[in-house]
Design a binder for this molecule. Structure first.
Ligand code: SAM
Length: 313
């Protein structure tokens, strides 16, 4: 089992290494390198020069270039470390660890960067959970996301007849857990995005999975589910919520005695932070420590920086 988590962790690391050149090339595409070279060096000045309204994203991008050692920052000014001589050092691409569909997912996100820089609401930046739910459904169905669900299923010991609450379920995962628990089990999926829920519902009806239900619901508010579920899954969702404690309290209250909360989250890393910042609903990456400290009355087991299992006691 730990091998499965190691594979996921390695595939994330391999993807972040692979997209490095592509991320750096965005500095040319958006004229950011030319600006800095021409002594236009602060976030405000670069934004004004090119009409980039999304200053928050611009700053995150400049900080990624700092983490690559291409830029350095002094006070509010950014400088090219080696002038215009930007080179990719020889890298270990970790070819054997790569998952192509995770890389293409990252590339799809990074592609929207110039559009988002111009306008945080640019319709050409197709990464919004509500507006672009159709595209998300394609991504969420890919093999990498399925491998995450396999890990959650095995580590959570989810099996036939279980009752599963899937918080921030998106459009694909309720069907996956529906298959796992079978017709004598139950899956409830909650998601804030109406479009994600509409897509999920259509798929559930198409398959005839009467034991799977989905509902549009903000998990940062009272969800009103008490002691009904064996397992609560929160996968790739905590990055998009403001009220971490409220979400975890909802999860805890929904558990039967002896139930488990299974949390999968992306690692706290500057490149992941940049790719996540290309999703309008992104709030911040959550460290394992932060999640652990927000969980009470549970026994916690951690699997690296990616997975946390909290057992109700
Ligand atoms: C990256 S997707 C992950 C979907 C699913 N958990 C999976 O692993 O396939 C994140 C989902 O969280 C949902 N979400 C974000 N904030 C939410 C909130 N406050 N309440 C409910 N859903 C939320 C989004 O709408 C989106 O569908």
């Amino acid at each position: 089992m730990n091998q499965l988590i190691a594979d996921i962790s390695n595939s994330i690391e391999a993807a972040t290494k692979f997209v490095k050149g592509f991320i750096i090339s965005m500095g040319s595409v958006t004229n950011i390198f030319s600006a800095i070279e021409g002594n236009i060096q602060t976030v405000d000045d670069i934004a004004d020069e090119y009409g980039y309204r999304n200053k928050k994203l611009l700053k995150i991008y400049l900080d990624v270039l700092c983490s690559y050692g291409i830029l350095k920052r002094k006070d509010s000014k950014y400088f090219l470390v080696n002038g215009v001589d930007i080179r990719l050092e020889k890298r270990d691409f970790m070819l054997d660890k790569m998952k192509e569909d995770l890389i293409s997912f990252f590339m799809s996100l990074i592609n929207v960067f110039p559009h988002l820089l111009i306008d945080p609401n640019n319709p050409l930046a197709t990464t919004d959970f509500e507006r672009d739910a159709n595209i998300w459904s394609v991504w969420l169905e890919n093999e990498w996301f399925r491998s995450v669900r396999r890990v959650i299923t095995e580590i959570g010991g989810i099996g036939k007849r279980d009752y599963v609450l899937d918080m921030g379920c998106g459009s694909i995962s309720p069907l996956y857990y529906g298959e796992v628990v079978g017709e004598n089990g139950k899956v409830t999926g909650l998601d804030k995005s109406k479009k994600m829920i509409d897509i999920a519902r259509a798929k559930i009806e198409h398959r005839g999975y009467s034991w799977v239900e989905v509902e549009q619901c903000d998990i940062e508010k009272d969800v009103g589910l008490d002691e009904e579920y064996d397992v609560v899954v929160i996968s790739m969702v905590l990055e998009y919520v403001h009220k971490l404690e409220k979400v975890l309290e909802n999860a805890y209250n929904a558990l039967k005695d002896d139930g488990k909360i299974i949390i999968f989250k992306m690692p706290d890393d500057p490149i992941i932070n940049f790719t996540e910042a290309l999703i309008p609903q992104f709030v911040k990456l959550r460290s394992t420590r932060e999640v652990r400290e927000a969980l009470t009355k549970v026994i916690i087991k951690e699997y690296g920086d990616l997975l946390i299992v909290a057992h109700k006691c």
